[in-house]
Design a binder for this molecule. Structure first.
Ligand code: NAP
Length: 490
């Protein structure tokens, strides 16, 4: 039952965050919700990433919406396919589809006098009282800046644009990159290819996370006993949020030492050849780059088909990759596991806020938001996964749900008060970002490595505090930090 005014709400993206937003908005009685999805299917990241071996790197039982517990996860870390099936099930069961317009990429959003208008590739929509962006974080593949890339005459693609039509069977396959994506692919394909060449610029620390099957009996127990399932979720949440997430932001040195020891031991005990072991040993702190979770990569890279190439790449040529030592590595299929630009949050959408302020003007110096969710000058505009969201700490579904709840509290305020729009105060955002910068130096991400968390200016776009602090701030929006605009001011 709705409490207050019925608002028109637009959501951009039908991935996990967009699906969740619809369900949560409806729960609060806001049913005039329209979702715009650029593709012709739901699923976002899990629709677009289909490379062999793809799986979640947080335990599946933490990777779920609180309102849709899933007793049926089949592995500790579910495969991409299984996660997509979960999202489809929730989407179907909750009848989210009636809110979604597919093939409608939002190219432009414009705020005028309390209303947002959206231009999409499928037409113009509006007015909307509220706009929620649920566009995902790792959307834009980073193409490596390597001379001669275009001259390659074999097949080449980025991991985010996987080519199902290209067989790797018996082929000479080159992979550039050694992040979470590459390590999963190497493990999945090494036994099938003719030769696998892994081009490593920087080694990664790897935490062994055995991705074991969850037995039928255990799944049955979870199915029969929702309280047991909830207890499992709480225990995992405690392990991940209060220990791991606190350790990476410098708040749990004991757990951090343990993580460090686990990664070092993993390398020592898993890699037998001392030369290879040294090549795989990072020279920066554990967790500075996002930790790779795998119990298969070290075995895979020691497979007779595999070769780790640490000589620097000079260029790509028609037949393969030439390193600075002058050797040509001949390749049939070149896979670019070179990651994503995590700082193009809203790009290429044109965003114009109050008084004609554009997002380019607002973010001239850096992408900044108040608490990662709202931006001064852009009223009733809420981002899931905005700048300084906790991208390096905990399950993104948990992050997304807390941020969505924050937006919902503000929407509830709009619905029940004679206020047309809310917009965070510039001072509130500046104070928040000053404290982010101050605290970031305490985190392991700032300990001297390059990672995708860093923007072009070297600012680290993650959350430098604990999960508990995030939860506390998301659960209790501080209205004193917002301008409240009535119909004459909006
Ligand atoms: P990434 O961690 O950013 O790794 C990119 C890799 O490409 C790095 O090894 C990088 O080397 C290398 N690289 C980039 N440009 C290069 C160049 N010009 N020459 C040589 N090497 C180059 O990307 P990712 O592996 O796709 O992972 C990104 C994030 O996606 C992960 O951290 C994770 O958050 C998420 N992810 C999650 C899962 C999961 O849930 N299981 C799976 C995959 C990805 P440098 O280190 O030297 O820069």
């Amino acid at each position: 039952m709705i409490n207050g005014k019925k608002l028109n709400i637009a959501v951009i993206g039908a991935g996990a965050s967009g699906i969740m937003s619809v369900i949560k908005l409806r729960e609060m009685g806001q049913t005039n919700v329209q979702v715009f999805e650029k593709a012709q299917d739901i699923g976002g990241t899990w629709r677009d990433n289909r490379y062999p071996g793809i799986a979640c790197d947080v335990p599946s039982h933490l990777y779920r919406f609180s309102f849709a517990p899933n007793p049926d996860w089949t592995r500790v870390c579910a495969s991409g396919e299984e996660i997509l099936r979960y999202l489809r099930r929730v989407y179907d069961e909750r009848d989210v589809g009636r809110h979604v317009t597919f093939n409608a990429e939002v190219t432009e959003v414009h705020y005028l006098k309390g209303a947002w208008t959206l231009k999409t590739t499928g037409g113009t929509y509006g007015p909307f009282d509220v706009l929620i962006t649920a566009m995902g974080i790792l959307r834009f593949p980073t193409m490596p800046d390597i001379a001669g890339l275009a001259s390659f005459e074999g097949t080449m693609f980025h991991t985010g644009r996987w080519r199902d039509d290209v067989s790797l069977e018996g082929k000479r396959v080159g992979i550039i990159g050694t992040g979470s994506t590459a390590t999963q692919i190497v493990s999945a394909i090494v036994g099938k290819v003719g030769k696998l060449l892994l081009f490593q610029r920087t080694p990664q620390w790897i935490m062994r996370l055995p991705n074991t099957e969850i037995s039928l009996e255990e799944r049955e127990r979870f199915r029969r006993d929702p309280e047991l399932l909830e207890q499992h979720y709480q225990e995992l949440g405690h392990e991940f949020n209060s220990k791991f997430a606190a350790a990476v932001v410098g708040q749990n040195p004991r757990v951090y030492e343990y993580m460090e020891q686990m990664c070092r031991e993993n390398l020592e005990t898993s890699v037998t050849d001392p030369v290879l072991r040294e090549k795989l040993r990072p020279n920066y702190k554990v967790g500075c780059k996002r930790l790779v979770m795998s119990d298969t990569f070290y075995t895979a890279i020691q497979h007779s088909n595999a070769e780790l190439v640490t000589d620097r790449i000079e260029c790509v040529e028609a037949g393969g990759i030439r390193t600075v030592e002058g050797r040509l590595y001949e390749i049939d299929v070149l896979i670019l596991a070179t990651g994503y630009d995590a700082h193009s949050t809203l790009f290429p959408m044109k965003v114009t806020g109050r008084h004609g302020l554009t997002i380019e003007e607002a973010w001239k110096q850096a992408n900044e938001a108040y608490l990662g969710v709202t931006i001064p000058g852009f009223p009733n505009f809420f981002m899931i996964g905005g700048p300084n969201s906790p991208i390096g700490n905990f399950s993104f579904l948990m992050t997304a749900e807390r941020q969505c709840e924050y937006a919902i509290s503000m929407i509830q305020f709009l619905a029940t008060n004679p206020v047309v729009a809310v917009s965070p105060k510039l001072e509130a955002m500046r104070n928040f970002n000053e404290s982010v910068k101050g605290q970031m130096s305490e985190t392991v991400w700032a300990s001297g490595c390059k990672s995708w968390y860093m923007d072009r200016n070297g600012n680290i776009a993650s959350w430098p505090w604990t999960y508990e602090h995030f939860e506390q701030l998301m659960n209790h929006p501080d209205l004193a930090h917002f301008e409240q605009l009535d119909s004459t001011q909006a």
